[in-house]
Ligand binder design. Structure first.
Ligand code: ACO
Length: 335
């Protein structure tokens, strides 16, 4: 079927808090080493937000840059989509924080996405469908995470905490008649059998009250991860879902100009490129500077590549992510 309309990204933005924490800084907080962190993950440093700063505060900064680059103002936005696993409040979702901060004169809807590290691809699929169906003309889609306020920065939490950082990425997605450009496909999956291998359990609505001193004592509010289990599945599922997208679109991996993967671990991304028989030079990683920013990782990579000229008009881009849930996915886009 020939496409007559497309969903295109017309602006990108990113924001990371100014405070840099190197691996050496973490050595002062817990028993770890720069060498262990770099060897296992490729991370050298990450950003941490100050106390009192939440994900919507980072998100609005990225959003303003994306809007400026798309040359649109607050009243040009018809829908806000906000993705995070580190929300400002238990409820309401952080999307309404953006609606307020945006200064829009209209009470536009704000939709919240909860798909962890796959949040960008899940949100992209919703935004694409919204503009292709012409329900909304222009979507502001923000992914923002403040992990630093939810990780155990002592030796007990080192297996998880050294991996994560704070940051935000945003895109403007619009319907367009440039049918040959835009988001060509999004393929999404989940497998809830693995929901307990990477999680924060509390506060939990399964209990009354949903947060107790005992839960805190037991550390139920800290993230828990079976790292090796996650790694094993990530290196299987990511090539699988990338191949699914390539096959569905009759595209050869060699035709992809740039692979943008979630930034959970440099080793995972290198293993995926190896399985795809693609040179590492065709992928872009910034995990060394920001760590794992969950759903914000891919849009931050995207913004850096657009601004540096690494992505040029007409380039074919393949994105993929894998994260807690498990959730995973891929997307193909012509820039
Ligand atoms: N510093 C120093 N030593 C550490 C640290 C640390 N920060 N963390 C763990 N160790 C120790 C362990 O205690 C263990 O010691 P032992 O051998 O004496 O028992 C040793 O290092 C090895 O630990 P492993 O967990 O087996 O290390 P592994 O090689 O598996 O690497 C890692 C861990 C980096 C977490 C890896 O498993 C990984 O990347 N997993 C996938 C992460 C991921 O993809 N997450 C999904 C995205 S996140 C999201 O969706 C929210």
């Amino acid at each position: 079927m020939t496409r007559t309309r497309s969903a295109i990204i017309t602006g990108t933005g990113m924001y990371v808090p100014p405070d840099i924490y190197t691996n050496k800084d973490l050595e002062k907080m817990m028993e770890t080493s720069d060498e262990w962190i770099q060897d296992r993950s490729g991370i050298r440093e990450r950003r941490y937000a100050k106390d009192g700063v939440g994900c919507a505060d980072l998100g609005i900064e990225a959003a303003r840059l994306a809007m400026a680059r798309a040359k649109v103002g607050p009243d040009d936005i018809d829908l806000i989509i906000f993705s995070t696993l580190t929300p400002d409040y238990y409820f309401p979702g952080s999307g309404v924080f953006i609606q307020e901060k945006l200064g829009s004169s209209k009470p536009i809807p704000a939709l919240d996405i909860r798909n962890q590290c796959s949040g960008f691809l899940y949100g992209l699929s919703v935004a694409r469908a919204m503009v292709l169906s012409e329900q909304y003309k222009r979507v502001l889609f923000i992914c923002a995470e403040v992990h630093s306020h939810a990780i155990n920065l002592s030796t007990a939490g080192r297996d998880v905490s050294v991996l994560f950082g704070d940051g935000a990425g945003a895109v403007i997605i619009e319907g367009s008649k440039e049918a040959e450009r835009g988001i060509i496909s999004v393929h999404l999956h989940s497998d809830g059998a693995h929901k307990d291998v990477l999680k924060i359990e509390a506060p939990s609505i399964k209990h009354w009250p949903m947060m107790t001193a005992k839960m805190i004592e037991e550390g139920m509010h800290w993230p828990k991860m079976e790292g090796r289990h996650v790694y094993k599945h990530a290196v299987k599922r990511m090539p699988e879902v990338v191949n699914e997208a390539l096959t569905a679109n009759k595209i050869d991996a060699d035709d992809i100009d740039l692979f943008l993967f979630h930034q959970a671990n440099l080793r995972i991304n290198e293993a995926v490129m190896q399985q795809m028989e693609q040179p590492l030079s065709k992928s872009y990683n910034n995990i060394d500077r920001y760590g794992n920013c969950s759903s914000a990782s891919i849009p931050i990579c995207l913004d850096e590549c657009v601004r540096s000229g690494r992505i040029k008009k007409g380039d074919l881009i393949c994105m993929s992510s894998f994260g807690a849930g498990f959730t995973w996915g891929s997307a193909i886009m012509r820039w």
